[in-house]
Design a protein around this ligand. Structure first.
Ligand SMILES: Nc1nc2c(c(=O)[nH]1)N[C@H]1C(S)=C(S)[C@@H](COP(=O)(O)O)O[C@H]1N2
Ligand SMILES: [Mo]
Length: 382
């Protein structure tokens, strides 16, 4: 059985009572010819986003998602877009390993590869940009674990650091220092079966803004973990504390710590359980509410939609969804009454974890990890 089918089976098992669409094969985000967009009152009517521009952030218009595999995938890069000439490209494996290694792109491509469907969002995604820092793709690459095993991690190795080719100047304690974009994982997280050193996205070589020639893919983690333009993997015996692990992408939130009320700072890592409505359409007299869910790969039990003060109603989940992909969903809204309505979605996983309204989440003084419910205002025409 292909890995894909295995994943699908796992996710379907996890879906349990969750409703699956009978219309398998029809992309959930596709729109029929006579289907029209319903107005969001919380979004400018002429909301539009600029196209990808190398070196800058690209927010997608989530209302215009048409495919399971994103045609328009968001872009974030903190130090601009480096040029990585493939003739000179090398991925170095260094540090506490028995055999330091070095790979050209061709050498990586000659190794056994795997494909996986995975979606992710930026740790800074949220309602401000209508959840537009998100994407879903099919990735191809080689197993990080295989590569680490080839090198042989020494007993003292604790942490695996991934460095990109892009660099910026950071002021740290009054001093200007050149730093490369980098993120790290514990050896245990790095050795997870699912992590890939990736060179293909949706069947094509990575585009320059998505990390050409090689990037990381850590399924289930926020986008920041997926280091682009990957040039070095380094094993060390201490935690890595660079900007994107220790200072930035750090969430400050109120937590109960063994009975003590504390302000805690945590590095953005695994994705929180989240769903969001991105579009409402109308076809004849039927309205359709569409959205997506994302999480850390824990199987999903249900996605539900609530209209005004009504009950939670189960939405259909795209049968194409798999463990780490996004989960497109839709809900057929019959007899929608003309006027203004508030609609919201929530996702529940098989452990019973439920996506809560923003105001019921612990106090969070941060721009990062916005995963509460995301209510939308719509106007139904008579
Ligand atoms: N080398 C490098 N990798 C990086 C970044 C970066 O600035 N430099 N940004 C990270 C962040 S914050 C996100 S959200 C994702 C975005 O991936 P994408 O642009 O392919 O969507 O890349 C991550 N990998
Ligand atoms: Mo990000």
């Amino acid at each position: 059985m292909s890995i894909e089918n295995k994943e699908r089976r796992q996710v379907l098992k996890g879906l349990g009572a969750g409703l699956l669409a009978a219309t398998a094969g029809v992309p959930f985000f596709a729109m029929a010819q006579n289907e029209t967009l319903v107005r969001f009152l919380d979004m400018p009517e002429d909301y539009d986003v600029p196209p990808v521009e190398p070196g800058s952030t690209h927010i997608i218009n989530t209302r215009e998602i048409t495919n399971f595999y994103s045609r328009d995938f968001y872009v974030v890069q903190h130090y601009g877009q480096p040029d990585v000439p493939v003739e000179q490209y090398k991925l170095e494996l260094t540090g506490l390993v028995n055999r330091p290694l070095s790979f050209t792109l061709d050498e990586l491509k000659a190794m056994p590869s795997r494909e996986i469907d995975a979606g992710f969002e930026c740790g800074g995604n949220g309602g401000r940009m209508f959840q537009g820092l998100v994407g879903n793709a099919r990735w191809r690459g080689v197993s990080l674990r295989e590569v680490l095993n080839q090198a042989g991690i020494q007993d003292l190795g604790r942490e695996v650091v991934f460095f990109g080719a892009d660099q910026g100047t950071e002021e740290i304690r009054g001093r200007q220092v050149e730093q490369s974009f980098a993120r790290s994982l514990s050896v245990e997280d790095a050795m997870s079966d699912d992590n890939l050193i990736v060179y293909e996205m949706n069947g094509m070589p990575l585009e320059p803004h998505h990390g050409y020639p090689v990037r990381m893919l850590i399924p289930g983690f926020y986008g920041v973990a997926n280091v682009k333009w990957l040039t070095q993997i380094h094993v060390q015996d201490t935690r890595y504390m660079g900007r994107f692990m220790g200072r930035d992408y750090v969430t400050l939130k109120h937590e109960n710590v063994g009975g003590e009320d504390r302000w805690m700072e945590t590095s953005v890592a695994r994705m929180n359980l989240k769903s969001a409505i991105v579009r409402v359409t109308r076809r004849n007299n039927i309205h359709r509410i569409s959205g997506f869910a994302l999480n850390d790969g824990t199987p999903i039990r249900s996605i539900e939609v609530k209209i005004d003060d009504g009950p939670w109603m189960e939405a259909m989940i795209d049968p194409q969804a798999s463990q780490y992909s996004w989960k497109p969903f839709h809900y057929e809204w019959r007899n929608a009454s003309p006027g203004e309505h508030t609609i919201v979605s929530r996702v529940t996983d098989i452990n019973g974890r439920v996506q809560l309204p923003q105001e019921q989440l612990p106090e969070r003084v941060s721009y990062w990890e916005e995963f509460g419910q995301f209510p939308r205002r719509v106007l139904i025409e008579g």
